[in-house]
Design a protein around this ligand. Structure first.
Ligand code: HEC
Ligand code: HEC
Length: 259
């Protein structure tokens, strides 16, 4: 496999290449062929699912929790998903369906989504652009330096690499496989790090995050979570070269689903 040079393994593990390949196959052969699936048609269908679900039992509108703009709800730790990549969103929802991603909230909701539905809603949210929402979590300035050090330099004496090696400059993500973590809420980031540490969430390729999170103390988790929460998410959701202006959609905040 082209990226399996062992020196680069940590950053381009074969598992990720496999995932990429899988993504490409799914992309070319959607499970339910419905004539010409143009990108615009898929985005429109994804928007419908986000607003009102796909019509099958149990399928709730994503917007009820993630908002139609994908900004989430920082106060209760519902993540921002606007501008995460299609690949990442697709993988997370499949993870919930397969049980590798622990998610008591989404469990029932995503079971009835077909691969095409998931692709559509992933594509929709990957193109949405939305500003950062206010995070009401308490901020402890005395932890800032520690959070910043873990993020940018890591704690090499304990084999903890710098977060930005995989999550990109200032935590803005490295498309398509490494999610942005900048601008997520403190509550969400803390929760996910603990979830990886206690191996409830086990959808990370090659256990990359489980290995790291399990080495962090509670204090360090708090520090690094609040540090990334204090930063801004990527401006257009994706890093620039992926970010063709014609794919960006600015949806007015008032466009919320009717209950
Ligand atoms: C009842 C609330 C609720 C609904 C409805 C919901 N989600 Fe979620 N979602 C959550 C919560 C809470 C999390 C994070 C914690 C977890 O994994 O349980 C999450 C996590 C996610 C993630 C992972 C984000 C990340 O950064 O890793 C994605 C992607 C996602 N949801 C997409 C969707 C989509 C698409 C829909 C609609 C089909 C949907 N969700 C419906 C509550 C919800
Ligand atoms: C070797 C690469 C690597 C390093 C270094 C790394 N991560 Fe990750 N991280 C990942 C991958 C890959 C994922 C996505 C896992 C998945 O698909 O479920 C991830 C996911 C996450 C998530 C969940 C994101 C979401 O939206 O749900 C958080 C939070 C996170 N990492 C925090 C950190 C922090 C904090 C550090 C530094 C202490 C760090 N990561 C270092 C590879 C890495």
């Amino acid at each position: 496999m082209m990226v399996s040079m062992s020196g680069l393994r940590v950053f381009t593990p074969p598992a990720l290449a496999g995932l990429l390949l899988l993504g490409a196959v799914v992309t070319i052969f959607p499970t339910r062929a419905r004539g010409a699936d143009t990108e615009a048609a898929l985005i429109a269908w994804g928007h419908t699912i986000a607003m009102q679900g796909n019509g099958l039992p149990g399928n709730t509108a994503c917007a009820e929790c993630h908002r139609i703009n994908g900004g989430g709800m920082p106060s209760v730790g519902i993540p921002r998903i606007a501008g995460q990549t299609e690949t990442y969103i697709y993988r997370e929802i499949r993870g919930v369906q397969k049980g590798t991603r622990y998610s008591p909230y989404m469990d029932g909701i995503v079971q009835n989504l077909s691969r095409r539905d998931i692709r559509a809603v992933a594509l929709y949210y990957s193109t949405v652009r939305t500003p950062k929402l206010h995070d009401p979590a308490e901020y402890d300035p005395s932890l800032r330096e520690l959070g910043r050090r873990i993020a940018h330099r890591g704690l090499w004496d304990r084999n903890i690499p710098a977060c930005i090696l995989c999550h990109g400059q200032d935590g803005r993500g490295i498309p398509p496989n490494f999610p942005y973590i900048a601008g997520q809420s403190t509550t969400y980031l803390t929760g996910q790090l603990i979830s990886f540490a206690v191996v409830r969430r086990k959808d990370d390729p090659e256990g990359l995050m489980r290995g790291i999170a399990s080495k962090l103390t509670h204090q360090e988790i708090k520090a690094v979570a609040q540090y990334f929460a204090s930063l801004d998410p990527p401006v257009y959701g994706k890093i620039p070269e992926k970010n063709r202006p014609d794919r960006l959609r600015l949806i007015p905040e008032k466009e919320t689903p009717t209950p």
